[in-house]
Design a protein around this ligand. Sequence first.
Ligand code: ADP
Ligand code: MG
Length: 150
Amino acid sequence: MTTRFNTQSEQETEAVAATVFQNTLTRGAGTILLCGDLGAGKTAFVRGLVTAAGGDPQDVSSPTFVLMQEYAGDLMVYHVDLYRLRPEEVLDFEPQIHDLIDRGGIVAIEWADRLPTPYDGAIQVNIEDQGDDDRLLTVECVTTSTTSRA
Ligand code: ADP
Ligand code: MG
């Protein structure tokens, strides 16, 4: 199922993130794959997730030189940014992403289109800059297999 949201401010994008947190992250945990150009609002979305997870949104910055940041709250949020990684470095880093996912919090990955394959069961969020402060957010659940897991 695909859901679309139009936002006109950073705060509205943060509010959409809170909605996604409430509606789609059943049992709290989950992986969010964030795609969109520089300045689209991926980090803003993560800020909304952190607020919804009971953490401090002021802690959230673009982890430009840091690959991963974690924010404590009622639920842990792990914030990964693949922007600076070359394709082979993404491959090397992937096991660490899987370790984070196994911890059972929220894993939000910026530039997730750089992953070789999207993660089954993750929520994919595409943010498109439509000019000025207008953003179109498309939210869908990733399904990579047609067979159900045993
Ligand atoms: P990204 O992480 O995708 O590079 P950021 O979240 O760091 O983007 O920055 C988004 C920028 O766009 C911020 O400066 C923010 O204030 C601005 N902005 C304007 N309108 C919106 C909107 N509707 N949603 C999110 N950010 C917006
Ligand atoms: Mg960012």
